[in-house]
Structure formats: C-alpha cells, structure tokens
Design a protein around this ligand. Sequence first.
Ligand SMILES: [Ca+2]
Ligand SMILES: [Ca+2]
Length: 187
Amino acid sequence: MKWNKTKGLTLILTLALININCESNENLSREKIQEFLDEGMSPKYILDNGASLDEFYGLTYQGGFIFYLDANFGNGMIAAVEDATDRMSWHDAKSYCENLSIEGNDDWNLPKMEHLTLMWLNLADSDGDGYCYGPNDPFNLGGFESEYYHSSTEQDLEDSRSLDFYDSLESIGPKNWNYYVRAIRSF
Ligand SMILES: [Ca+2]
Ligand SMILES: [Ca+2]
C-alpha cells in the first residue's frame, strides 16, 4: 500500500473520531465537531460518525456559520460571520453579497426569505424562545442585530420582503429602504 500525506492524515483523523466515539458512547461535543471541521473533515463525514445535526448550527465552516445542513447528502448553507458594515437598499444589498469574497469563495448571495428565516431559527434564536436580543444575546449565534434584514425575495417591482430579527416578523417594504444585510452561500 502506497502512503501519501492525505491518506495518512485521513487515517489519523478517522482513528481520532473512532476513539472519541468508543470512549464516550455519546454524541460528539460541539467543540470536538468544530475541531474536526477545522482539520478539514466534511460535515457529512462527521454526521455519519455519530454527531447530531443540531450541534452543527453556529459552528464555523468555509468562512461562515453553518445554519443549514442536509443529513442525507451533506450539503448545507453558511452565513457570513458579519453583517455588511452599513444598512443599505435592496439593490445595494444584492450587489454587496454578489461581490463578496471570503476565504477564496465568491459565490455569496442575499438570502431568499425562506433561508433568512432558517438563519433566524438556527442561529439568531438558537434557544427557541422566539426573540433575538441583539449581539449581546448569548443564544444569538451569528451576532445579529435585533433589527430588520433584507431578503432577496421580491414582492413586486418596487417592494421586497424583509425579516425583523427581533421576533422574526415578516415585512414588505420599498426596495430603497435601508436594512441590515447578511450574505449566505451554499456548500
Ligand atoms: Ca460573486
Ligand atoms: Ca432567543
């Protein structure tokens, strides 16, 4: 059998994972999952080795926070770790996201309404009490503001949909209103 660096590393990581599972016989901790992600393991591989889906939300992967993960196929979505610096109009929000480049990835987008809602559920209100109290809220995993965020979803030519990150109330308003912006990408 021929060795190379990648094979060696994969074997070491696999043994580490098996070792953890045998010792604890419990689900992997968030800290451990984050370590494995940082070492280059895929979320799907970690899932298949005993991690539970909920533990992934808010962990960092490919330059963002995981807020969606498909347990069957291993694809998912991340939110950029920060908002755009300023509140901006819908058109500016779209081009800001499309021009973003983080860790070599330039396929960021303004989230559709359903993805913005998922981001709120799995990151901003991770404790599920129905509210996000802003950056100092310990259960607000993405550091979101307790304010309105743009979605890419249009209502008509002049209006678009947004989400109040305080209580996840949906709103429809003119595209030239300035709201907070958080880019997302799929992996
Ligand atoms: Ca782009
Ligand atoms: Ca909450």
